[in-house]
Write a protein that binds this ligand. Structure first.
Ligand SMILES: [Zn+2]
Length: 368
């Protein structure tokens, strides 16, 4: 039975800036700007935080000339004649860190990132092999993806036009670090599941969270299993990161990396938990009807529309993430068939019990 999804009621106190170098002040000394992206998700939010004698940037936009031009415009127009003094990248995805090298060199500033994000950025900026190495090929074959579709996906992925040049040094951010920026003290809160060591910044006194991709108002962040770490359980990390965010003040002003600045922390975390619970239920029903399905077949059920090569990578990774969570919870059993494809069966454990746990706070005890 499908759980009725109740849309969270969120407040959006500000009109979003256009992707034209304009800014919106969301709190004294905090500016919100947008960089364009040539894809369905057509923008990323970036923030500028005023320090005692300059500005700290949070996230960069993609490595494009349009983003570079907008940064030049913002630096010349909105910073009260003060210099840019540092760059914080919440995580390594190319819309967040794609211009890290350019900004650091252009404004001669340090880059602040977590260890996990910085080195993942450097690792992924290495040339992508062709053909697909056997260890990675077998990940997709085990998922039951047809060879022509694997090839189509890989050829698209390896030509990512936004792969950025790698910044050569960084200042490390850690969980519970405190950064004093201007009058505000910001605590670093690490989230996992979407990326390895994602930094959020929380100002407890003013109840402001610079959330990166850890909490978006209307879209759910990608949580993927990929060929790099085939046995990962990123949804367990993601769901426990959501619970950690629930400890923040309920009325926190959330500055996300996409869509609009909002309030409604708990409504949104619970909506996201319900979203994943719904995915688990859909998978349970599918495997009940079609026991022994592959991850690819499960993906086709969850995402029935035609998928582009990039969608294939995201949808398969997302499907395997849900299957892996269910497997580690003991809800699903995985076995390799004679053709080398993993087949998934429901176990005897009652799925409802594990899924119900999503909607209560027991995650904290289980995973924190
Ligand atoms: Zn991201």
């Amino acid at each position: 039975m499908k759980r009725p999804l109740v849309r969270a009621k969120l407040d959006y106190p500000f009109e979003a800036p256009a992707c034209d170098g304009s800014v919106v002040e969301v709190a004294p000394g905090i500016l919100w700007a947008r960089m364009p992206m040539p894809m369905a998700l057509d923008h990323i939010n970036v923030y500028l935080v005023k320090d005692a004698s300059g500005w700290i940037l949070v996230d960069t936009g993609l490595n494009t000339q349009a983003s570079r031009d907008l940064w030049e415009h913002i630096a010349a127009s909105h910073l009260e004649g003060l210099p840019i003094q540092g760059l914080i990248c919440t995580h390594m995805h190319y819309d967040h860190a794609g211009l890290a090298k350019w900004l650091c060199e252009r404004f001669d500033i340090p880059l602040y990132m977590t260890h996990g994000e910085y080195f993942m950025l450097r690792a992924l900026s290495q040339p992508t092999p062709d053909p697909l190495p056997p260890s990675q090929l077998s990940f997709y074959q085990r998922a039951g993806m047809p060879d022509d579709r694997i090839e189509r996906m890989w050829q698209t992925m390896r030509k990512d036009p936004f792969t950025p040049p790698e910044p050569r040094s960084f200042v490390r951010l850690r969980e519970k670090d405190h950064l004093q920026i201007g009058e505000r003290d910001w605590e670093i809160k690490i989230g996992q599941g979407h990326s390895p060591e994602h930094a959020c910044l929380y100002c407890a006194k003013d109840q402001i969270l610079i959330a990166g991709d850890q909490l978006l108002p209307r879209i759910s962040s990608n949580v993927l299993v990929t060929s790099i770490e085939p046995e990962a359980n990123p949804l367990a990390l993601w769901l426990s990161s959501l619970v950690a965010l629930e400890a923040l003040a309920p009325n926190t002003l959330i500055l996300p990396s996409h869509q609009q600045v909002f309030k409604g922390l708990h409504a949104r975390t619970q909506e996201l938990q319900a979203h994943h619970a719904d995915q688990f239920e859909q998978i349970t029903e599918f495997l009940n009807e079609k026991p022994g399905s592959s991850a690819f077949e499960t993906m086709r059920h969850l995402f029935p529309r035609l998928l582009s090569p990039v969608d294939d990578m995201l949808a398969l990774g997302e499907t395997i993430a849900h299957l892996s969570w269910m497997r580690y919870e003991g809800l699903v059993h995985r076995s390799l068939d004679a053709a080398g494809v993993n087949r998934f069966q429901l176990t005897q454990q009652k799925p409802a019990q594990a899924i119900e746990r999503l909607n209560i706070r027991q995650f904290q005890n289980q995973y924190a």
